[in-house]
Design a protein around this ligand. Structure first.
Ligand SMILES: CC(C)(COP(=O)(O)OP(=O)(O)OC[C@H]1O[C@@H](n2cnc3c(N)ncnc32)[C@H](O)[C@@H]1OP(=O)(O)O)[C@@H](O)C(=O)NCCC(=O)NCCS
Length: 171
């Protein structure tokens, strides 16, 4: 959806094809990509194709660029999607490696969740992270989410499969 959200250190706004160079920096970084469901972007054309596929007017989907107020750079993206028709929203996120460990993703996602809850019915948020990817588990804990059950997911191209934890927060 086409909205702008402000947090202490970030502006969140829809990510567009004009952000391709910024997004490619982390989408092509194997360290960031390791546990993401999308395959590593080996060429910026893949990044452009993904960005062009995003429907900015989708009422049930928010795919937001995280813009660092201090520099104006796009340093990551995060999303919230309601695909099930039951007001449960799935969350996902990633940011550039040099920005890890500053609490930026919890800040961004909290801002997004608060916004969506203020405008839409959100009965719960849920997400999954590879058991090895404890950093993402920490983000979900900071968002007030807790363990529901074990699961497993594979990258879209089948190149890796990870046992995962499914976390949620019911409102
Ligand atoms: C997971 C991720 C989104 C966390 O974002 P972030 O903004 O760094 O989140 P935080 O700053 O709150 O840090 C979360 C945890 O990462 C770890 N961490 C902190 N600094 C770190 C650093 N410099 N390097 C690596 N890990 C660090 C800590 O365990 C931290 O938890 P703590 O605050 O309780 O110590 C980010 O690491 C990332 O983009 N990873 C790659 C993509 C990914 O895995 N996405 C989620 C898929 S489910």
């Amino acid at each position: 959806m086409n909205v702008t959200i402000e947090t202490e250190r970030l502006i969140l706004r829809p990510v567009t094809v004009d952000d391709a160079e910024a997004v490619f920096k982390w989408a092509s970084d194997p360290v960031v990509n390791k546990y993401m469901i999308y395959p590593l972007h080996k060429d910026i054309s893949v990044t452009r194709e993904w960005l062009e596929s995003i429907d900015i007017d989708d009422p049930n989907g928010y795919e937001m660029a995280f813009v660092l107020k201090e520099t104006g750079e796009v340093i990551g993206t995060g999303g919230m999607y309601c695909r099930s028709g039951d007001d449960r929203w799935n969350i996902g996120y990633n940011i550039r490696h040099d920005q890890w460990g500053k609490g930026l993703v919890p800040e961004a996602m909290q801002g997004l969740i608060d916004y969506v809850r203020s405008t839409r019915k959100v009965s719960a948020i849920y997400g999954e992270f590879a058991k090895e990817n404890k950093k993402s588990g920490r983000v979900m804990e900071k968002l007030g989410m807790t363990y529901v059950r074990d699961g497993e997911y594979s990258k879209f191209d089948g190149s890796a499969t990870f046992p995962c934890n499914i976390y949620e927060r019911v409102f």
